[in-house]
Design a protein around this ligand. Structure first.
Ligand code: SF4
Length: 813
């Protein structure tokens, strides 16, 4: 029967064992074959019952040298039928592949039914140029995004069979400076936040450091399974290289070198067995054993470890080979030591001054600088002034920050340190695990690891908590070798604001599939929201996928469940607000309901946390309900959507609300919100209801269409100086309701047309990025016809004719 690491780690009912198998030099498959044939000969009887031999893991080009790709290893193993029920865990690293190639590789593993992966930044290639377009955190985020889309697009009845990648990541507790060690722990937490489902430690020979990792995990409620990596030191060449700091990230002290050299194979096996027993006793979920090339030795290590059992402490001296004077997070009594508080360096101070004067959007210097650059035409990204500026920027930033012209500058996020020029791998989220015991870069011993520098600057600013939580998205490769300052000034880099505010619409109980799964989740009982289930995974995926697709808010609407009892939807809203806070990657919730009790409960729940959260959105406030919601601004920061509907009878043509009436409603809401409750214009959104194009047909001559009135209302609001800074939003999906096809195309054309009238927000599926791309001209013509349907016979006939033609062609396709 096929074993699965994922299942074993989720069950946690046995101590898992993984064997790391590597090909020999020059693409030699024989060592892997030998190991697996040994296993086939002896079978599971050779493994003590305390251990569950689950899987082999296969490194990808270890040491930065070309070798057999894991996918190729898997092919050969399958061809020779060598797996014998074991799982297969490929290492997948970012050193040789760009993002597209990694995604293709992932797809290949999915086709081969591989689910567990060890995600690594990877060693710096020795002869080739390293890619590192992503690093481990970036790749984990890509996998999380793919996983969430697989879930979100699965049929409701198939949720328990859905394929998911099960990515793991590395962590090293074997660093001996405060900066390197704390950065490793921070990075571990970032990897978990980015989707790592298990961790494997770096190799190391210091039980106190191993213990430190488990203590840190407990202290910070980290319950992701940790697998201890046990590397049997036996090969003298490898040993000497590790000692000479020639194998990055590995530390072998002088004493350990001498000790290992004095031992025979039994001595090496003993130490490996003692480490296995140590990890088991410390609470690891399992071990990954490397440096062993034959199954007999592998089985011997496990048998000896079983004999040692919990008595590993007898061998502490044989497992303690630290750096003299090295730094530990806990003292011998297990108490956490105080972290250092270095002084800010001159370069750091200069950066902060320049940044606040010229690049802080709240500072007038920014606006003057931007206006001058715009006047000189540098926004176009070409021309004399652009090139002159870029030339000076290059020189200045190279001299001061070792800038490498990535064009998408993260100096502010990295506390004035460049992670391209100052890092041998150009990591988006530094550091990797390669630093030496004393904090130098393992790939260039002449420099300190960039992670050390960032840590020191963050500590000097008293901002370690920011460093701990901040995850930098991957840089935009299209900006390489362009002027990063101008990219920032003109919002072309990662700080770019979307031209259209996307409010993710997917968590809505009236969507049949989502509503069904929400209902099933609620029916699972009182612990449903805390217990793993396919339904819960689906909801998490729906939330995360919208965040990853660029939603600015994630809307939750539960109203469909409250037809009989509104207390149900109050409780459910609270729960879903918590979900968005937990799984939404920092994107604020949009609490969407026609019931004010639900809005108020959701708003209070959003702020019921010690975490710092962004202001949520409340949808919606009407002229006749605003006195219930707007006063809450005194207690909670939030933005809101003012819905332009009224309880009064419409007095426009044909018994409809005229543009003037809708504008009047906006004025009422604005005066109350800005005048009485101190809302800023940018915190106010107006929504003039979207009517489906398919039924937007005036029943009487002289009556304008709904689309016309919605768009004209937006234009009127946006062209009135009184409303400067407010947003206009639309529930976009409604426009395509009941159309026979091309719905996304219609929505894109609708958004592009609405943007021309001043609309800058919408309740949408963020994945579609409706504000971008070029809408089809015939669909633009169709929407424009509805936008102009002012009641005249000519405009109405034109819109109707275009709609008939559209329906005919859409039905054919
Ligand atoms: S500078 Fe640090 S993060 Fe960059 S490659 Fe060297 S060890 Fe890794």
């Amino acid at each position: 029967m096929q074993k699965r690491l994922k299942k074993k780690l989720q069950q946690r009912d046995n101590f898992v064992v993984v064997a790391e198998v590597t090909a020999g030099l020059h693409f030699n498959f024989a060592p892997i074959e030998r190991f697996l044939k040994g296993f086939a000969r002896h079978g599971y009887q050779a493994i003590p019952k305390e251990f569950d031999f689950v899987s082999i893991s296969v490194p990808q080009n270890p040491g930065g040298m070309a070798n057999i790709e894991p996918v190729d290893v898997l092919g050969r193993i399958k061809l020779k039928k060598l797996l014998n029920g074991l799982d297969f865990i490929p290492h997948i690293s970012c050193k040789d592949h760009n993002t597209d190639a990694l995604v293709s590789m992932l797809n290949g593993f999915r086709s081969a039914d591989v689910e567990s992966l060890l995600v690594l930044t990877g060693d710096k290639p020795i002869r080739a140029k390293g890619v590192f377009e992503l690093e481990a955190v970036g790749l984990l985020r890509v996998i999380k995004h793919i996983n969430s889309h697989i879930y979100a697009s699965t049929k409701a009845d198939n949720l328990d069979k859905v394929y998911q990648y099960f990515p793991g990541a590395a962590v090293s507790p074997f660093k001996y400076t405060e900066a390197s060690q704390m950065q490793q722990y921070f990075k571990m937490e970032k990897k978990i936040a980015s989707g790592a489902r298990f961790l494997i430690t770096q190799l190391g020979y210091d039980w106190k450091k191993s213990q430190e990792l488990f203590r840190y995990a407990r202290e910070n409620n980290i319950d992701v399974p940790i697998i201890g990596y046990v590397y049997m030191l036996a090969d003298n060449v490898v040993l000497e290289r590790m000692h000479a700091v020639d194998v990055t990230g590995c530390f072998v002290s002088d004493r350990l070198l001498a000790k290992v050299k004095s031992e025979n194979l039994d001595g090496h096996i003993d130490r490996a067995a003692q480490q296995v027993a140590m990890y088991k006793d410390m609470g690891a979920a399992g071990v990954d054993i490397g440096g062993v090339h034959d199954f007999d030795t592998f089985a011997k290590i496990l048998n000896k470890a079983a004999e040692i059992g919990p008595d590993w402490e007898k061998y502490k001296d044989n497992l303690y080979w630290p750096l003299e004077g090295g730094w530990y997070l806990y003292d011998d009594a297990g108490k956490r030591v105080a972290l250092s508080k270095p002084r800010k360096k001159l370069k750091h101070r200069i950066f902060n001054i320049f940044h606040s004067m010229l690049f802080d959007k709240k500072h007038c210097g920014f606006h003057i600088f931007r206006a001058v650059m715009k006047f000189l035409g540098t926004k176009k990204g070409k021309g004399f002034f652009y090139r002159t500026f870029f030339c000076k920027e290059k020189l200045f930033k190279y001299l001061l920050f070792n800038c490498a012209e990535c064009g998408d500058c993260y100096l502010p996020e990295n506390f004035s340190i460049c992670t391209i020029g100052d890092c041998e791998k150009g990591m988006d989220n530094a550091p990797c695990g390669d630093s030496t015991a004393d904090g130098r870069c393992g790939n260039n011993l002449d420099i300190m690891c960039v992670g050390e520098k960032i840590y020191d600057c963050a500590a000097a600013e008293g901002n370690l908590d920011v460093l701990r939580r901040r995850i930098n998205p991957s840089r935009n490769p299209a900006l390489e070798h362009t002027a990063s300052i101008l990219n920032y000034l003109f919002e072309k880099d990662h700080t770019m604001a979307h031209p259209f505010i996307s409010i993710g619409e997917s968590i809505h109980a009236s969507i049949p599939k989502t509503g069904k799964i929400m209902r099933e989740l609620a029916d699972l009982g009182p612990d449903a929201y805390e217990t793993d289930s396919p339904q819960l995974e689906y909801i998490k995926a729906l939330i995360y996928s919208q965040a990853a697709d660029g939603a600015d808010y994630i809307a939750v609407n539960i109203d469909a469940f409250g037809e009989t009892d509104s207390t149900i939807i109050v409780d459910m809203m609270k729960q879903y607000v918590r979900f968005v806070r937990k799984f939404g990657d920092g994107i604020p919730v949009c609490i969407d309901s026609s019931n004010d009790d639900v809005l108020i409960a959701g708003l209070k729940e959003w702020y019921d946390t010690d975490e710092t959260v962004k202001p949520p959105m409340v949808n919606s406030v009407k002229t006749y309900t605003m006195d219930n919601i707007l006063p809450l601004k005194k207690h909670f920061d939030f933005v809101f959507i003012g819905l332009l509907i009224s309880e009064d009878k419409p007095s426009g043509p044909g018994g409809s609300y005229s543009t003037d009436e809708l504008y009047g409603l906006a004025k009422q809401i604005f005066d109350e919100a800005a005048g009485k409750y101190d809302f800023k214009p940018h915190e106010i959104f107006f929504d003039s209801t979207v009517f489906p194009l398919a039924i937007d047909m005036p029943m009487q001559p002289g009556v304008p269409g709904y689309t016309y009135r919605a768009f004209e209302t937006i234009k009127k609001i946006k062209s009135d100086p009184k409303f400067k800074g407010v947003h206009c939003s639309l529930g976009v999906s409604n426009c395509a309701r009941d159309l026979p096809g091309r719905k996304i195309g219609i929505m894109r054309a609708y958004v592009h047309t609405a943007m021309k009238y001043g609309c800058d927000a919408g309740i949408v599926n963020p994945r579609h990025k409706l504000y971008a791309g070029e809408p089809a001209p015939e669909l633009m013509e169709l929407v424009a016809a509805y936008a102009k349907m002012d009641g005249s016979m000519e405009s109405t006939t034109n819109a109707m004719n275009l709609m008939s033609a559209f329906c005919r062609s859409a039905k054919k396709t």
